[in-house]
Design a protein around this ligand. Structure first.
Ligand SMILES: C[S@@+](CC[C@H](N)C(=O)[O-])C[C@H]1O[C@@H](n2cnc3c(N)ncnc32)[C@H](O)[C@@H]1O
Length: 217
């Protein structure tokens, strides 16, 4: 099943987040292809917008989405930066907390049984991860260190034939930050992936060599 229901599409479009509708549709289509083959994992939950696109596909296939975030926001989400949203600050501690909004978003979309939140640093969780993934979506921290760590920690766990989807890939620096593009370049140079599709800043690669757990370069 690859059609996104009108109800879930409306929830995804309305959710707080940074994903254009056409990129969300691509993410859903990729997830729909893979969701019956094993779990989907997203790095970078934020408020759950992309998790709805993934979760809709998983729900239709009887699958599961894991979504990893410390819920304290990336550098660009902090006060004084371009993508800061003051409504996401927990006034009791003065720090970002996107977890309550994520929980409400996934509840309202009817996806609580399908989308599983993992709250923690990407590197901490990936260090303990051993499960083959049918699809990995990298949309976490966009600083070089975090983007590279997400690839190093998670990409080896994509199963043979599985998909790696990278968001915010901008070859031209005038269009956006370069770390996700550097990750895409690293993946291509590593030789374990075919470049299969691009929509906007979303790049899709398919694992063509090795098994889950093997190095990917
Ligand atoms: C661009 S937002 C994700 C947007 C989301 N995928 C969507 O489309 O709605 C990036 C998220 O990554 C999280 N993040 C940044 N660095 C992280 C890290 N090292 N470990 C876990 N989460 C991190 C931030 O808290 C933020 O919520």
């Amino acid at each position: 099943m690859s059609d996104l229901s009108a109800d879930l599409l409306a929830h995804a479009v309305a959710a707080k987040g940074f994903m254009p509708d056409d990129e969300g549709a691509l993410l859903h289509r990729c997830a729909a292809e893979r969701a019956s083959s094993g779990p989907l994992l997203e790095v970078g939950t934020y408020c759950g917008k992309s998790a709805i696109y993934l979760g809709a596909a998983a729900q239709a296939a009887g699958g599961t989405v894991f979504t990893v975030d410390h819920h304290r926001g990336s550098e660009e989400n902090q006060a004084g930066w371009e993508h800061h949203d003051a409504t996401l600050v927990d006034p009791a501690i003065g720090r970002m907390d996107t977890l309550p909004v994520f929980r409400r978003t996934i509840h309202d979309a009817g996806l609580e049984d399908v989308v599983v939140a993992i709250v923690g640093r990407s590197t901490t969780v990936s260090a303990h991860w051993r499960t083959p993934l049918s699809l990995l979506f990298i949309d976490g921290g966009h600083a070089e260190e975090h983007a590279q760590n997400d690839y190093s920690g998670w990409a080896p766990w994509v199963m043979a034939g599985g998909l790696l989807v990278i968001h915010d890939v901008f070859p031209n620096p005038a269009d956006g930050g370069q770390p996700p593009f550097h990750v895409w370049q690293r993946a291509i140079a590593g030789g374990a992936w075919d470049d299969v599709e691009t929509v906007g800043s979303m790049r899709v690669l398919r694992r063509t060599s090795g098994e889950a757990g093997d190095p990917v370069g």
